[in-house]
Write a protein that binds this ligand. Structure first.
Ligand SMILES: Nc1nc2c(ncn2[C@@H]2O[C@H](COP(=O)(O)OP(=O)(O)O[C@H]3O[C@H](CO)[C@@H](O)[C@H](O)[C@@H]3O)[C@@H](O)[C@H]2O)c(=O)[nH]1
Ligand SMILES: [Mg+2]
Length: 241
């Protein structure tokens, strides 16, 4: 794929990801370099106590300030607002959102881009729940939470996408900004609301099956409060959309 006149801003929110960050950035650089496309990686660290930001600074020295952009915040303010913060600083016309813990493999990014270009889609969403997609390494409880959240969201909101709670996606930047402007949630539920808002606005969504592998280093930040917040926001969206 030769340079296509577009620039891709890849948002990496991090909280205690010091062991994962060098590997995920190495992989992103590898696949984006091979694609020949213009890109930047924006790391949004929320004051991780494990020193993730220091690791990010070292990586910036290795790969260059034009490739690795650091936009840290002082404390853990949540995943949804981390994306919003990153988008404000993005210089690309497309935004890729990806987890930093290696659950999302960067090899799928060029696939997202190819599909987007083919149909000029507004959003390309990675999906674990269609085609060859899948989840590996999660215990029953975590699978049940994810499936349950997806199922409830599907039934209540009918947004016509197979993976509502996944967060590996490509957006046209202006589309993402419009969706965010109408978005009420702040935490993990952000992903789901984005697709609901996208449907409301009549945006097109294409899907790429992805394999999601549970993290090896570090722990998930999804806890009870996030789940309660998800349920609250789901009901709010059900009642208002
Ligand atoms: N800056 C910042 N980053 C955060 C925060 N909370 C989490 N992150 C980062 O956001 C990414 C996802 O967090 P995880 O803790 O790994 O989430 P998960 O439990 O694996 O959940 C994943 O799957 C869910 C779907 O089943 C998704 O809903 C979720 O977005 C994520 O992709 C990681 O890169 C993590 O460091 C925060 O408050 N601030
Ligand atoms: Mg994870």
């Amino acid at each position: 794929m030769p340079t296509n006149g577009h620039k891709y801003s890849i948002l990496l929110p991090t909280y205690n990801e010091k062991d994962n960050l060098p590997i995920i950035i190495w992989l992103i650089v590898k696949y984006m370099k091979a694609s020949g496309l213009e890109y930047e990686v924006i790391v949004i660290d929320d004051g991780s106590p494990d020193g993730t930001l220091d690791v990010a600074k070292d990586l910036q020295k290795i790969y260059g300030e034009d490739r690795i952009v650091l936009r840290p915040r002082g404390s853990k303010l949540g995943l949804g607002t981390a994306y919003i913060h990153g988008i404000k600083h993005a210089t690309g016309d497309f935004i890729v959102i990806i987890d930093a813990d290696l659950s999302h493999h960067p090899k799928f990014i060029p696939e997202f881009i190819k599909l987007q270009q083919e149909g000029n889609y507004d959003i390309v969403s990675g999906t674990r729940y269609a085609g060859n997609g899948g989840v590996f390494g999660w215990d029953f409880k975590r699978k049940l939470i994810s499936r349950g959240a997806n199922f409830l969201s599907q039934v209540l909101l009918r947004p016509n996408a197979s993976d509502l709670t996944g967060s590996f996606r490509l957006y046209k930047k202006d589309v993402l900004e419009k969706c965010i402007a109408s978005c009420v949630s702040k935490g993990y539920v952000f992903q789901m609301e984005m697709l609901v808002r996208a449907r409301q606005h009549g945006y097109t969504i294409a899907e790429v099956p992805i394999t999601f592998v549970d993290r090896i280093y570090g722990t998930s930040k999804l806890g009870g409060t996030e789940i309660i917040q998800f349920a609250k926001n789901l009901l709010y969206l059900f009642a208002t959309t």
